[in-house]
Ligand binder design. Structure first.
Ligand code: HAM
Length: 425
C-alpha cells in the first residue's frame, strides 16, 4: 500500500535553502544592531501557561480565536498555549526573575497564531524584537523606534513608513473611550456587521477595521490627541522631538490602534508600501506600562517592538533589497580513491576554520568536479589512488586561469589557506 504523503500543516512552510540562509542573515543583521545598542538576547519558552497570554486582552482575537492551546500530561493537566507573540512572555520573565532595570533585551523566534493563511499571514511566523523594561523616559521610546528605523535601512529598504500615535494613559483613556463609543454608536447604521460586533466588545478596535464600508466613519472619529492628559501629551512631544533629532521620518497617525490590548502612550507601526495593504505591517510596537504588574510583577513601564521576518523578506523581494545569500563553501574535497581521505581532510580543513564540502557515494572524477564547480568553492582538493598512496593531495585553484600543484597531506591546510588569502596561482 502506498504510504501517505505528508505536507507541512496549513499556515506553516518549510524554509528551504537558499531562502533559509537569507533569513538567518537577516536575523544576524538585527542581532548585530541590537547587541551594539546595549540589548541582550533573551531566550524564553515557546509555550507558556495560558494565563500569560490572556493578559493580551479578554476580547482580543489573538486570545479568543487564534491561540494554539493544549493541556499537558500533568496531574492535574496544565492549560498551556504556544506563544502568539513575545512581549507577554518577556514581562512574565521580568516578573519572575526581577532583573535590575532598565532591562534591555532582544529576541528572535517563531510565533503561532491560528489565522486564515494567506500571502504574508501564516500560522507559524518569525519575529525579531526588542523590549526595554523599567523606564518610561521618552528617550527609551526614541531608542527603540530608532533601532527599528535603522534596521530597515540596514537591509536597504526604502519603502517602509513609520506611523506613530499616542494611546494615552489610564487618566486619558476612559474619557476617550467613552467619546469614541458614543460617536460610533451614533453612526452604527453606517458600520459593517463585523465592526458592530467589535463595537460591543472594544470600541477602540473598530478604528483598526480595514473594511471599505467603515472608512468614512473612522475618518471622522474623535482622536486620542484631543484627550491626552498633560503628562501623556508632554511624553509624546518628547518622543517626536527625539525622532526629529535622528532625522527619522514618521507620520503621526492619530487613529492608529494596535491589534493587542496592552498598549499605553507611544504606539507605532512600520508599513511596507511595496506590499498589499491587508498585510503591509512589517513591524509594530509601543508602550505597555501596566503589563508586568498584571503578570504579578512590580509596577514597571515597558516599551518594545516586534518585526515580522516573513513579511520583511516579502517586502525586500518586492523592492529588490537584501539579497543576503549564504557564503559558498571555500574548499571542495574530491576523493576518487575510496573516500577515506576525504573524511580526514574535510575534518582537518574544517578544524582550521574553513568552509568545506565533499561528495559521497564514490562518484566519478567528472561528477565530483561538477559538484565542486556548483558549490562555488575557490579551491578543490583532489585525492586519487596515487595521491592516497603517496600521502599527498592535488590543490587546484578553481578561479579562471588558476593552476594546480601537489602538496603533502600535512601541508594541506597551509597550502589551501595561502591560496585563499593570496591571489590566483
Ligand atoms: P504585532 O503587531 O501583533 O505585535 O506583530 C508584529 C509583527 O509581526 C507584525 O507587524 C507582522 O509583521 C508580524 N506578524 C504578525 N502576525 C503575523 C502572521 N500571522 N504572519 C506573518 N507575520 C505576522 C506584536 O506581536 C507585539 N508583541 C509587538 C510589541 C513588542 N509590542 C511591544 N513590544
Amino acid at each position: 500500500m502506498a504510504q501517505p504523503l505528508f505536507r507541512a500543516p496549513a499556515g506553516t512552510r518549510d524554509i528551504l535553502p537558499p531562502a533559509s540562509a537569507r533569513r538567518r542573515g537577516l536575523v544576524r543583521v538585527f542581532a548585530d544592531l541590537a547587541d551594539r545598542s546595549g540589548f541582550s538576547l533573551l531566550e524564553s519558552p515557546i509555550f507558556e501557561e495560558l494565563g500569560v497570554f490572556q493578559r493580551l486582552g479578554a476580547n482580543n482575537d489573538v486570545v479568543t480565536k487564534e491561540l494554539f492551546e493544549f493541556f499537558d500530561k500533568g496531574d492535574p493537566p496544565r492549560h498551556l498555549a504556544l506563544r502568539p507573540e513575545l512581549t507577554a512572555g518577556v514581562c512574565r520573565a521580568f516578573a519572575e526573575h526581577r532583573p535590575t532595570p532598565p532591562w534591555k533585551i532582544w529576541y528572535s523566534g517563531p510565533q503561532f497564531r491560528y489565522e486564515r493563511p494567506q500571502a504574508g499571514r501564516y500560522r507559524q511566523f518569525e519575529q525579531v524584537g526588542v523590549e526595554t523594561l523599567g523606564t518610561d523616559d521618552p528617550h527609551a521610546d526614541v531608542e527603540v523606534v530608532g533601532l527599528g528605523v535603522r534596521f530597515y535601512e540596514a537591509l536597504g529598504m526604502r519603502q517602509v513608513r513609520l506611523l506613530i500615535n499616542s494611546l494615552g494613559d489610564s487618566e486619558s483613556r476612559p474619557a476617550y473611550n467613552a467619546a469614541l463609543a458614543a460617536y460610533l454608536q451614533d453612526r452604527r447604521g453606517e458600520l459593517s456587521e463585523q465592526s458592530l460586533v467589535t463595537l460591543e466588545r472594544n470600541p477602540l478596535r473598530v478604528l483598526d477595521s480595514k473594511r471599505e464600508q467603515d472608512q468614512p466613519v473612522i475618518a471622522e472619529a474623535p482622536v486620542m490627541a484631543d484627550f491626552l492628559s498633560g503628562a501623556s501629551a508632554e511624553h509624546f512631544a518628547a518622543v517626536r522631538a527625539g525622532l526629529d533629532s535622528l532625522d527619522a521620518v514618521y507620520e503621526v497617525s492619530p487613529r492608529l490602534v494596535r491589534g493587542l490590548d496592552y498598549y499605553t502612550r507611544t504606539t507605532f507601526e512600520f508599513v511596507a508600501d511595496a506590499l498589499d495593504t491587508a498585510q503591509n505591517a512589517v513591524g509594530g510596537g509601543g508602550r505597555y506600562d501596566g503589563l508586568v504588574e498584571e503578570l504579578g510583577g512590580p509596577p514597571t513601564p515597558g516599551i518594545g517592538f516586534a518585526l515580522g521576518v516573513d513579511r520583511i523578506l516579502l517586502a525586500c523581494d518586492a523592492e529588490d533589497a537584501f539579497s543576503g545569500t549564504a557564503p559558498p563553501v571555500e574548499v571542495f574535497v574530491v576523493d576518487v580513491a575510496d573516500g577515506r581521505s576525504a573524511v580526514v581532510l574535510c575534518d582537518r580543513l574544517r578544524q582550521a576554520g574553513l568552509g568545506v564540502d565533499r561528495a559521497f557515494d564514490g562518484r566519478s572524477m567528472k561528477a565530483q568536479m561538477k559538484r565542486a564547480d556548483r558549490s562555488g568553492a575557490t579551491v578543490a582538493v583532489i585525492v586519487g589512488p596515487d595521491e592516497q598512496a603517496a600521502g599527498t593531495a592535488t590543490v587546484r585553484d578553481m578561479r579562471p586561469g588558476g593552476g594546480q600543484r601537489q602538496v603533502a597531506a600535512d601541508d594541506l591546510v597551509a597550502a589551501v589557506t595561502e591560496l585563499l588569502t593570496g591571489g590566483v596561482q
